[in-house]
Every structure is written in structure tokens, then in C-alpha cells.
Ligand binder design. Structure first.
Ligand code: ADP
Ligand code: 5GP
Length: 196
């Protein structure tokens, strides 16, 4: 199984899966490569592999990525070798990747992928969370909000929809999905939380 989680920046993906990983030790975070600079407190090799443009280009030339995409003006990608290593160790890789990456991973890994779209409860809550996080400037927040409207247009590609109103509730939903009790969170059973 590969657990793939997407959702607009600020929806609460990392908050939710950090707690999920505490509860479910089989999960292991798949560390992506990115050309974006580290935020305060982020560690190389833990949060991301922070690469220069030239380093990213080299990996592209080597065909090292299972998937990659440009997101908010920076490049992000999952290395095939990283994923292979996690799966060989018998773990469930958790991929926090964008909607373009999801389309690629579904094409490559199909049945093995459990895909979850994490929704913010409303547009105004999303904006508040992005501001409240305090990691991004106004320009970055504006880009991320604009992209969010486009990203939710891909939500129909995901098997499960989880609304992150309360962290505990969202984590419980993900636990149920992993345990095969995800029926209430299947897309067709969840009213669409937001319109683009
Ligand atoms: P993402 O990983 O999707 O970009 P984060 O996990 O960084 O989002 O969350 C964005 C901000 O929203 C953080 O400040 C986080 O503490 C807050 N947050 C996340 N989930 C909730 C929630 N359910 N209720 C209130 N605040 C939340
Ligand atoms: P952030 O810069 O906030 O950490 O992430 C921005 C966006 O990039 C998020 O939507 C996140 O899911 C996405 N992202 C992170 N890693 C990858 C990756 O390896 N591939 C793709 N396609 N998207 C990624």
C-alpha cells in the first residue's frame, strides 16, 4: 500500500499526518526532493531533500523520479529509489504530493495507491491557517490561495475525501481508511465541501 495525501497548502496535511504517524507505526514519510528553500526549522533529509536547480536537473536527466511537478513556482519530486527502499523494508510509504504528482503516481502504481484529498472546511479557514502558520509572506500566501482553487478541481481523482475541521477527527478518518473501514470517506459518500 502507498498512502497518498494531497490538498491545498494550509489545509493541514502535515499536522494531520504527523499525528497519524504517531498512531500507525507502519507508516513512513516519503521525503521528497525540492528546489524550494527550507523554512525555519525544516531539516534537510527529514522534511525534504533540499536541492539546487542543477541538482534537480541532474536527477531528471537520470530519470530518477517516479513523479515530479512544478508547484507554486518550485520543483518537487519523489525519487523512485527512495520509495523502493521504504517498500522493501515492509513499511507503508506516505506521500504528501500535489495533484499533478497524484495523477502520475496513479498511472504508475495504480491499485497499490490509497489516495486521500484533504479539504479545508472553508476558503476563509484556509486563508486563516496559511496566515496563522506564519511561515510565508503575503505574496506566497496569495499564490497558494489562487492555486488552491485550481487544486480542488482535481479532487475527483481521489478515492477518499477527508475534511480537516478538527485534527482528531481527520486523523481518525485516515486511521479508518488505512484499516479498510474507509467507506464513509469514499468520495461518493461525502458532500463536496467547497466549490472552486
Ligand atoms: P499543510 O501541510 O496542508 O500545508 P499545515 O499542516 O502546515 O498545512 O497546517 C497549516 C496551519 O493550520 C498550521 O498552522 C496548523 O497548525 C493549522 N491547522 C492544521 N489543521 C488544523 C485544524 N484542524 N484546526 C485548526 N488549525 C489547524
Ligand atoms: P510545501 O512547499 O508547502 O512544503 O509544499 C507545497 C506543495 O508541494 C504541497 O502541495 C505538497 O503536497 C507538494 N509536494 C511536496 N512534495 C512533493 C513531491 O515530491 N511531488 C509533488 N508532485 N508534489 C509535492
Amino acid at each position: 500500500m502507498i498512502l497518498l495525501i494531497s490538498g491545498p497548502s494550509g489545509a493541514g496535511k502535515s499536522t494531520v499526518y504527523r499525528e497519524l504517524m504517531r498512531r500507525e507505526p507502519r507508516l513512513v514519510f516519503s521525503v521528497s526532493a525540492t528546489t524550494r528553500p527550507p523554512r525555519e526549522g525544516e531539516r534537510d533529509g527529514v522534511d525534504y531533500h533540499f536541492l539546487s536547480d542543477a541538482e534537480f536537473d541532474r536527477l531528471l536527466a537520470e530519470d530518477a523520479f517516479l513523479e515530479w511537478a512544478e508547484v507554486h513556482g518550485r520543483r518537487y519530486g519523489t525519487r523512485q529509489a527512495d520509495l523502493d527502499r521504504l517498500e522493501a523494508a515492509g513499511r507503508i510509504p506516505l506521500l504528501d504530493i500535489d495533484v499533478q504528482g497524484c495523477v502520475q503516481v496513479l498511472g504508475e502504481c495504480g491499485d497499490r495507491v490509497v489516495s486521500v484529498f484533504l479539504w479545508p472546511p472553508s476558503w476563509s479557514v484556509l486563508e486563516d491557517r496559511l496566515r496563522g502558520r506564519g511561515t510565508d509572506g503575503e505574496e506566497t500566501i496569495a499564490t497558494r490561495l489562487a492555486n488552491a482553487r485550481w487544486e480542488v478541481g482535481f479532487a475527483d481523482r481521489y478515492t477518499y475525501w477527508v475534511v480537516n475541521d478538527e485534527v482528531d477527527r481527520a486523523v481518525a478518518a485516515l486511521e479508518a481508511i488505512i484499516a479498510g473501514r474507509g467507506e464513509p470517506y469514499r468520495r461518493e459518500n461525502v458532500p463536496r465541501p467547497l466549490r472552486p
